[in-house]
Design a binder for this molecule. Structure first.
Ligand code: FES
Length: 166
């Protein structure tokens, strides 16, 4: 990894943007990397822009991932603010990590983890955000909780990214 890239990653993780759960999110997506076992969850809130389009108001994330995944998620959540769902879905992992510069081959899957979580949050099949209920709070409110609230293998998820043009 180049010194420049390492420096930008360290700058991003020293002050990560949009880190943490979003309580009033409209959608949430969680993915795990089949390459390394790391996981990332992204929350998205929408708003209507001046032209009446539904756009991403803001996005936040939590991750058990490497420094690169944290850095990419940080810059990606800033990049997608103000974009429509289609615009955000058209962004690849390299688009989302562009502010950091090109990633080495061994770190490309880290950006794909962010892309996968974003796609999961933005697609209609994305799991709905658990409704907050004072009487029965959701058991897996955070990524940490969801990873540690059970031992069954059904909690494992795998990223399946669409190939361009497919
Ligand atoms: Fe797993 Fe980077 S090494 S996301």
């Amino acid at each position: 990894m180049s010194d420049d890239l390492q420096k930008r990653i360290h700058e991003a993780i020293a002050n990560p943007k949009n880190l943490g759960e979003m309580e009033n999110a409209d959608s949430v997506g969680t993915v795990g990397s089949a390459d390394c076992g790391d996981m990332l969850r992204m929350w998205v809130k929408f708003k209507e822009d001046a032209q009446g389009r539904k756009v991403i108001d803001r996005a936040t994330f939590q991750t058990f991932g490497c420094e690169t995944a944290i850095a990419v998620a940080s810059v990606a959540t800033e990049l997608i603010a103000g974009k429509t769902v289609d615009e955000a879905l058209s962004m690849s992992g390299s688009d989302l990590s562009a502010p950091l510069g090109p990633l080495p081959p061994m770190k490309i899957h880290c950006a794909q983890l962010v892309e996968g979580a974003l796609r999961s949050a933005l697609t209609p099949t994305a799991a709905p955000v658990p409704a907050a209920s004072p009487a029965q709070p959701p058991k897996a409110a955070t990524l940490f909780d969801s990873l540690h609230s059970g031992t069954s293998s059904e909690k494992k998820v795998k990223i399946v990214l669409k190939q361009p043009g497919s």
